[in-house]
Design a protein around this ligand. Sequence first.
Ligand code: ZN
Ligand code: ZN
Length: 148
Amino acid sequence: MSEELSVDHNDALLRRNGLHVTAQRLAVLRAVSVRPHSTADDIYTLVPAQIGAISRQAVYDALAALTDRVLLRRIQPAGSPARYENRVGDNHHHLICRTCSRMIDVDCAVGDTPCLTAADDAGYEIDEAEVIYWGRCPDCVAARSTDV
Ligand SMILES: [Zn+2]
Ligand SMILES: [Zn+2]
């Protein structure tokens, strides 16, 4: 039941943003919401379970259209393929494990120095702060300490 609801929701989301509703776009949206921070290749392997064969180009086209209309957010960590997520508009940041590449969300810093408050904005109207924290996830830290 809830699956059907989310399809309807995505359907409305596409329309509201001026995009034609296609099976490919719906499937890509669904794949990203099920597995946030997926790469285009991840999505390419997830989508056929929903709608059957899809070309790599169709996945890239859908991702480009959805990112363009800000239905998806594209994160481009250094040395990694771009990742996509459907949590948009809240300026959250990411933690990435250097060892296993696991990526998770972390909320925007708040308090005395929120991320969006640059030390000197040089007159720019800032709307986003892109922060990636690099390190090792708990699993990899644990694996390393028992490894030795
Ligand atoms: Zn890890
Ligand atoms: Zn995220």
